[in-house]
Design a protein around this ligand. Structure first.
Ligand code: GLU
Length: 492
């Protein structure tokens, strides 16, 4: 091993892990962003390192009002806390790029002084004309002609007199950029594939590929976990690291998230809810979503998939990041959320469902005890808070819809007698509660000479329309005497 490799090894061993999540506030917290944040967070916490939140707001036209706030609120909602940022402080601020313009300017000037970057005065029309000419002459690589780099004397003076300029980095010749990606392995690019690209725009704002390097260097970032759309940015960033003589962090480019048809999850895909805020509003639990997202492109290496925050931190191993696209499996999300809901107390679940019950007016004229009964009835079946409304509607709807199997069952001989007996017993009940109803079922069985499935199934189907469902006596108590009796009458 070379001296340098040995030094790097020593550096790796003693260096505190520092990672960052660097959202551009161009939208709300998307499931893909949340995953990036989460893997950075899990990696940092697994290694006892620091997780930094940096706002990359240099693309001013694309920034959206409330984007930064949504990102931060919903990261916190998910349970992802950062060690450094503009709101919690830290030694490496400012943590918003627009507040760092002086810093970038200094580093741009340094490259210009060293002859590694230069001012370009070409107008966009000139650049367009240049590109067109190159393409009609069949050039393979259509790169900037370096007119402003090569200009001297009068031409240079004339260009400089224009005043307005961008700064371009001088892409070195015959350079190879190789990095060992944690997910993809070795990836190489040649400098020939890049023209001198802009590092600072005419308004003094740096471009992403430049600012990200200055920040990652100054903030002592050791590892970069981000989406695979950034793979082709990496060689550009390596150029900047090399120009300054800085060490390059370790990269991990995560694979795409695809929908159930194998297509890249796009923000326009209407069939999949993709923003964390929407899940919060629908009554998903943050711990469940955290668990689900952690498995969206990473495997824990053990069978159990219901894993707490602490377990995920403990188990996180970047070597098990998926090498193929990860499918956003809605059923799995429902399953995981249901598992977390089952672990709640009825009171906690009521709180989760409350906004939805209130919004639909379901609790009007009802007592808290009634609401608790409703919750306990569906507790095990619920996948998310808002679903209580669907279950309620299905359960309390005026018209029962029977499937074929239920219809066939209830059409059997003798069922009518059982139902008549059931009705008589129920009518005699003074307190229409679960115990009374339980006793009424039993008594009806005796009176009509029906037992087992031939007793319970008709009672269930006639009152709920379904062959499966919640605890029947409790459910009927909740439905109320009038509804139950009138439902039964329709089948007699
Ligand atoms: N602001 C970039 C983004 O939102 C960050 C990319 C990076 O992590 O380097 O995609």
């Amino acid at each position: 091993r070379s001296r340098r490799q040995r030094q790097m090894c020593i550096r790796d061993r003693f260096m505190t892990v520092r990672v960052r999540y660097a959202p551009s506030p161009t939208g709300f917290l998307h499931i893909g962003n949340a995953r990036t944040a989460l893997y950075n967070y899990l990696f940092a916490k697994h290694h006892g390192g620091d997780f930094i939140l940096r706002i990359e707001d240099t693309d001013i036209e694309r920034n959206v009002e409330g984007g930064e706030e949504s990102q931060m609120n919903y990261l916190r909602w998910l349970g992802i806390e950062w060690d450094e940022s503009f709101d919690v402080g830290g030694e490496y601020g400012p943590y918003r790029q627009l507040e760092r313009l002086d810093i970038y300017r200094k580093y741009v000037d340094e490259l210009i002084e060293k002859g590694l970057a230069y001012k370009c005065y070409c107008t966009s029309e000139e650049l367009e004309a240049e590109r067109e000419a190159m393409s009609t002459h069949g050039h393979d690589n259509i790169h900037y002609s370096r007119r402003c780099l090569n200009a001297t004397g009068e031409e240079l003076a004339e260009l400089e007199a224009r005043g307005e300029y961008v700064v371009r980095i001088k892409v070195p010749e015959n350079e190879v950029y190789t990095f060992n990606d944690i997910v993809r392995g070795e990836i190489s690019f040649n400098s020939e594939d890049f023209g001198d690209w802009v590092i600072m725009k005419s308004n003094g704002i740096p471009t992403y590929n430049f600012a990200v390097v200055v920040d990652d260097y100054l903030m002592k970032i050791t590892h970069v976990f981000r989406g695979e759309e950034h793979i082709t940015n990496t060689p550009k960033q390596m150029m900047v690291y090399r120009a300054f003589g800085w060490d390059v962090p370790t990269f991990a480019h995560m694979t795409l998230i695809v929908n159930e048809n194998g297509k890249k999850l796009s923000k326009r895909d209407k069939d999949t809810v993709q923003f964390i805020e929407q899940y919060a509003n629908m009554g998903y639990l943050p711990e469940a979503l955290f668990n689900f997202i952690a498995l969206l492109g990473w495997s824990p290496g053990i069978e159990e998939e219901i894993l707490s925050h602490e377990q995920l931190i403990e188990l996180f191993d970047e070597k098990r990041l998926s090498k193929s696209p990860s499918t956003f499996d809605k059923n799995k999300l429902s399953y995981i959320n249901n598992r977390y809901i089952k672990a709640l107390e009825d009171e906690e679940l009521l709180e989760l469902c409350m906004p939805h019950l209130v919004e639909e007016g379901i609790l009007e004229g009802k007592t808290t005890a009634w609401a608790m009964e409703l919750i306990s009835l569906f507790h095990d079946r619920l996948s998310y808070g808002a679903e209580i409304v669907d279950l309620y509607d299905e359960f309390f709807s005026e018209e029962l819809e029977l499937d074929e199997e239920a219809q066939a069952f209830i059409a059997q001989d003798g069922v009518s007698e059982t139902l008549k007996a059931f009705k008589t017993e129920l009518e005699a009940l003074e307190d229409f509660n679960a115990e009374g109803i339980q006793a009424a079922i039993k008594a009806a069985g005796k009176a009509a000479g029906a037992k087992g499935k031939m007793l319970f199934m008709p009672c269930r189907i006639a009152t709920t329309g379904q062959m499966h469902g919640p605890d029947l006596p409790k459910a009927l108590a909740l439905l109320g005497k009038d509804t139950v009796i009138s439902r039964i009458e329709k089948f007699i």
